[in-house]
Ligand binder design. Sequence first.
Ligand SMILES: [Mn+2]
Length: 306
Amino acid sequence: MHPDRPTFLGVEACDLTTPLPAADAILFGASDATPYVVGQTSHAAKAPDFIRRALRHYESDLTRWDFDQEAELLAPKLRVLDGGNLVTDPTTPESNRDVIRTSTQAVLSAGAVPILLGGDDSVPIPFFEAFRKSKGLTILQIDAHLDWRDQRNGSGHTFSSTMRRASELPWVRRIVQVGLRGIGGSGRAELDYAKAWGAKIVTARDIRLHGIANVLKEIEDDSECLITIDCDGLDPSVIPGVLIPQPGGLSYFDVVDLMQGVASKCRIVGLDIVEFVPERDVQNLGAIAISRIICIALGCIRKRAA
Ligand SMILES: [Mn+2]
C-alpha cells in the first residue's frame, strides 16, 4: 500500500490486511472477480480509481453544504476510511473471490459498513457471501438486467449470475430488483425462476408510472439492507460509461430518493457499485454521479448511526 495514494474525498487511508481501526464506513475497490474469459481483465477494472478521484476538488473542505443531503458533504463525526484496491488478477478468479469475501468480512468485523467499488457485476457475489452473520439480508439491486443465469461460459460466478447466486445464500431473505428495462441478457425461464423464488421485480417503467414509494413498500421495516448498483441501472445520460447503454434508466434523484427512503425505514449494511467503464465516460459525468451516490450513502449511514 502506498502511503500517499489518493483516497475518496481525501479521507484517511487504511490497510485491509492489518487489524482495522473503528470506523463507520470503509470503502475499497476490486478491479476483477470472475471474468467471462479467464485472463481477460474486466471492462470495469479502472473504475475504482476514477470514482475515487472524481470529487477531489472538494477534498479541501468537507463541510461544504450538500443540498442533496441537506447536511455537510461529509458529517464531521463520521469516520470514513479508504482501504485502497484489493490485489486481484483476471487469471485467478477463485482467489479474487476469496480476497473480496475475506476483506468484506474484516470490514464487517470492525463494525463498519463496507462500500465496495467494482469491477464488473461478478464482484458482488463474494461480497454478498461475506454477510453470513446477517440475521436476514434484503438485497436491493439497481440494474437494467436480471442477472439470474445459472451458468455462463462454464462458470456460475460471472456477471450474468449475480442475483441467482445471491438467492442461494441462506441469509438472503429478500431480493428487490429495480430498473430492469430494454433487451435482457436472459430469457423468460430466468424471469419465471426469479419470480418463483420471490424476487420483487420493479421495472424502470414501473418506477416512471408509480414512483419510488412503490419500491419502498417492498422493503421491510428495521431490516438489514444491502444495496448493489450496476451502473447500467441508471440512465446513460447520468452514467454514460457502461458496457451496453440502454435508454429509459433511473435518474440520479430516483437513486437518491430510493437510498434515503430505504435508510429512513431500515439499516443500510453494505453498498457496492459496479460496471462503470471510465474509458466510455463523458466529461467525467458518470464518475461524479457515482461519487455523489456514495456521499448520499455515507449521509444515510451517519443518520442511522446518530
Ligand atoms: Mn448486472
